[in-house]
Design a protein around this ligand. Sequence first.
Ligand code: MG
Length: 200
Amino acid sequence: MRRFEPGEPVALREIWKDQIWSARPATVVSHDNPLMFYLPIGVRWMCPRAGGQWLRIPRDEWQLVERSWSDTRVLSFARAGEGHATLLFFDDDWTPRTWYVNLQEPLRRTSVGFDHMDQHLDALVAIDRSAWSWKDEDELAEAISHGTLPPEDESRLRSEGERAVRRILDREPPFDRDWSDWRPDPSWPVPALPEGWDRI
Ligand code: MG
């Protein structure tokens, strides 16, 4: 498959039991290693819903409902084959807010973008890299108790998360530069899900 060009919209999908669990449009910043994506404010994405609630833990039946990504700009870095993405969150006025390690399956290239599944546990790293903490440990515990994540995966996820945090703290490339001054090409539109995003 060809490489995506900078500025091209792609679908970042979560797949659960061969069905689409969520789908987010993102703009490709770089189809190198690491892959880089940008999610601007105003993106319309498809989120899983059932019983009148937005879902965090997979279940047998759900619907995809459109939702607006409203308050954060996100620059995302993902290395090939690795079980996490490192995100840099900005406020609307481009004030950098936090580093965010999202534990997830390695990205799999598709015709419309990349597929993976979230792994619940996350970590937050302060912008000045002075401190870090786990996030969504309750969601991890819930996924294990619901049987959607094997209990033995927890130690693997924590090791992966600690490694990812360490890379930010130690300023390993690409985190050796200050990405807070990064800005998207002004000609890039807010991305929409590309044609075919809803087919596996
Ligand atoms: Mg997560």
